[in-house]
Ligand binder design. Structure first.
Ligand code: CAA
Length: 387
């Protein structure tokens, strides 16, 4: 049916499925419980190529396309959304921006270690007082008199993987008077003076994916570590998020599929009033709606992935396709996991099964990389052209 999915795509999908079942499934509950960052499996995923699926082979990646990326990410997230988040940030938010806007120096220096799993990447846009209104950031980057370094000061928040990140794609104001047109992008090394981390956030879900504030106190960033031109940062941030949102949609679909499959199995086993619960129409309705929403999400993700692939040739934006996929798949994940807990009753609420983890993990997909409200705004603006 989907003739754009090749034998090679199926192979990476199967490899991700096998890895997730063998290596991630046995540790997922423990890492959720303790909040420990799963560094060993993340490194292995890098060695197997899962951290740079679309990165060209010359920079250590697998050199495949967005369909390969989404197929692999769905499989990893189906077993553990925390691993899915870390994979998504390394692939889409970190590597994608460097491939698209980075100089040869940045590509050579920073892509290889992250893509091969030796290092962890992150992306930092949000600040304590600017989340959805991303252009309203306060972190400043001032070029020194010699023109060799930017001196960066400020605080960024909710940075996925920051507690373990070696390198971060950072957005900061170089010219505040120009508002969003005064934002620039930088590649930051976290072991340099002037960089520090705040406390790791205690979170409802994706608890094994570490998140923290980051602080810049006269941090000196070499000029050659700027991504793109001065003032181009906001557009870089937005276009990288167009790619990132396809990743979050895939993560959401993985979570939804896991909850749906558990619900189908339980409906065929569990009995009440002398029947399998799957024989009751109220359960049937939930299962039918789960499957329909899951498959609709998949189609929107494929549409966005194909639009992203086409944009390499045409340069056309795929903002709406990406927002629609993220919006629908994340709301599907929240709805499906809610219904799955309900179908499982008390067992759905128990930590003995992973259902309550799926339910907690699903929520973030409606929030990060742009809330559902922001996705609706982006889609409506795309339709009307009105601001
Ligand atoms: N691609 C390229 N350029 C884009 C673009 C895109 N997708 N979207 C907007 N632009 C350009 C516009 O064309 C415009 O250009 P000009 O200056 O030439 O006119 C400029 O950017 C400003 O655009 P808007 O007027 O639309 O900007 P806005 O201030 O009204 O807001 C927004 C836009 C959509 C609300 C945006 O701020 C947004 O997406 N907010 C949500 C931020 C977000 O997703 N944050 C998540 C951070 S990452 C994360 O979650 C953590 C993690 O680690 C996983």
């Amino acid at each position: 049916m989907f003739d754009f999915i090749t034998e090679e795509h199926r192979m990476i999908q199967q490899a991700a499925r096998d890895f997730a079942r063998k290596e991630i499934a046995p540790i997922a509950a423990h890492h959720d419980e303790t909040g420990e960052f799963p560094i060993d499996t993340i490194r292995k995923m890098g060695e197997l190529g899962f951290m740079g699926i679309e990165v060209p082979e010359e920079y250590g990646g697998v050199g495949m396309d967005t369909i390969a990326y989404v197929l692999a990410l769905i499989e990893i997230s189906k077993v553990d959304a925390s691993h899915g988040t870390i994979m998504s940030v390394n692939n889409s938010l970190f590597a994608n921006g460097i491939i698209k806007y980075g100089s040869e120096h940045l590509k050579q220096t920073y892509l290889v270690p992250v893509v091969t799993g030796e290092a962890i990447g992150a992306y930092s846009l949000t600040e304590p007082m600017s989340g959805s209104d991303a252009g309203n950031m306060k972190t400043r980057a001032v070029l020194n008199d010699a023109g060799t370094h930017y001196v960066i000061n400020g605080v960024k928040s909710w940075v996925t993987s920051a507690p373990y990140a070696d390198y971060i794609v950072l957005f900061a104001m170089t010219d505040p008077e120009k508002k969003h047109r005064g934002v620039s992008a930088f590649l930051i090394e976290t072991d340099e003076p002037g960089f520090s981390r705040g406390k790791t956030e205690p979170k409802l879900g994706i608890r094994a994916s570490a998140t923290s504030e980051i602080h810049f106190d006269n941090y000196e960033c070499p000029v050659e570590n700027r991504l793109g031109e001065e003032g181009q940062g906001f557009k870089i941030a937005m276009s990288v998020l167009d790619a990132g949102r396809i990743g979050i949609a895939s993560q959401a679909l993985g979570i939804a599929e896991a909850a749906m499959e558990a619900s189908i199995a339980y409906s065929k086993e569990r009995e009440a009033f002398g029947k399998k619960i799957g024989q009751f129409q109220m359960i049937q309705q939930k299962l039918a709606d789960m499957k329909t929403r899951v498959e609709a999400s998949r189609l929107l993700i494929y549409q966005a992935a194909l639009a992203k692939m086409a944009s390499r040739e045409t340069g056309a934006r795929y903002t709406m396709e990406s927002s629609m996929a993220k919006l629908f798949a994340s709301e599907t994940a929240m709805w499906v996991t809610t219904q799955a807990v309900q179908i499982h009753g008390g067992m759905g609420y128990s930590k003995e099964l992973p259902l309550e983890r799926y339910f907690r993990d699903a929520k973030i997909t409606e929030i990060y990389e742009g809330t559902s409200e922001i996705q609706r705004m982006v889609i409506a603006r795309g339709l009307t052209g009105l601001h």
